[in-house]
Design a protein around this ligand. Structure first.
Ligand code: FES
Length: 338
């Protein structure tokens, strides 16, 4: 066990062997800055002012060359070797709503959703405790680093965690999941993490915009709205963008929710015009952020936004909302995985 001291004593926390600085701090209830938890976003950059850390991923894209020259580290990729003093900016958000916990999980089911997205159901003995829109970190067998995957379902006492994962060509993690992990396999599951979870205290209509396996957290957010009596009647516009018609998904899940077709609406766009013509797609063709702008019209500036998907999609939506329409960042929720 190491003792971690933040900002000359502003906070201290214990870090168990094998835990990263970030996760130990969050488990202790500290509002540490982070988004991805996997070395990509750079939000957890900090300085080690005393003591030593081992770097799990020296080439992590979350650090620039300048950061490396200045000796900065990523809290999510650092294992303390003894007691450590850190300098960092504590997050303006309050402490984590639910403190992350390490579980053992069993793969109990999986089913194909589209040609490249599969749902994996993991079971833990403890309840599945998270906020709609959050993710968990999975240490998969044979891989050097954990991967972040979002839950598509709702928190539950039965300990069920549903992940919708898109197969990445040549990707080690998804090859393990899709081809090597059999029903009954035991894996680690650490969570929940993520700040882009459903805000139940906002009175605004909700817009979810997803692409790829960003479907999972957006589905969880929409399900969270439908399941919360305090949000009854709240309008949810759910946008999904795929390259081809065969990439589209999510509508059947939303159709099972009360209010579908009335307060909850599904809108889909295909970005590849050739594929759309070839496959007889009669719906909108183009990027999903353009569809959202067209459908929402004047409602766009009044809504609360949740985003998840490939980085270019998230960046295009962010540009639309923050630059073109000048929405304040606190009304746009997403965890940056790039
Ligand atoms: Fe550490 Fe994203 S949280 S790089």
């Amino acid at each position: 066990m190491s003792v971690i001291t933040v900002n000359d004593g502003e906070a201290t926390f214990d870090c168990a062997e094998g835990d990263t600085l970030l996760r130990a701090g969050l488990r202790a209830g500290l509002a540490l800055p982070y988004e991805c938890g996997v070395g990509a976003c750079g939000c957890c950059r900090c300085e080690v002012t005393a003591g030593e850390v081992a770097n799990l991923w020296p080439e992590a894209p979350g650090l620039s060359d300048r950061d490396r020259r200045k000796g900065r580290v990523l809290a999510c990729q650092s294992l303390p070797a003894g007691d450590v003093h850190l300098k960092l900016r504590l997050h303006p958000q309050p402490e984590p709503a639910i403190r992350p916990v390490r579980h053992r999980a069993t793969l109990v089911a999986s089913r194909q959703i589209t040609h490249d997205i599969r749902e994996f159901v993991l079971h833990t003995d403890a309840p599945a405790d998270f906020r709609p829109g959050q993710y968990a970190l999975l240490p998969l067998p044979g891989l050097d680093r954990e991967r972040a995957y979002s839950m598509a379902n709702l928190p539950n006492a039965a300990g069920e965690w549903h992940f919708r994962i898109r197969k990445v060509a040549g990707g080690g993690a998804t090859t393990t999941l899709f081809e090597r992990l059999a029903i009954g396999a035991s894996v680690g599951l650490d969570g929940p993490y993520g700040l882009a979870h459903l805000r139940t205290d906002s009175p605004r209509d909700i817009v979810c915009i997803a692409g790829g396996s960003g479907l999972a957290p957006m589905l969880s957010v929409a399900r969270g709205v439908a399941a919360d009596p305090a949000l009854a009647g709240r309008r949810v516009d759910f946008f999904y963008g795929g390259r081809t018609p065969s990439d589209l998904c999510g509508e059947a899940d939303l159709a099972a929710l009360p209010g579908f077709g009335e307060t909850i609406r599904y809108h889909a766009a295909v970005s590849d015009a050739d594929a759309a013509a070839r496959d007889g797609w009669r719906g909108p063709v183009g990027p999903v952020h353009q569809l959202a702008e067209t459908v929402l019209g004047e409602r766009l500036t009044e809504a609360e936004f949740y985003l998840a998907g490939p980085p270019p999609m998230v960046e295009a939506v962010q540009q639309l909302l923050q630059v073109t329409h000048r929405l304040p960042p606190e009304r746009i929720h997403f965890d940056r995985f790039f």
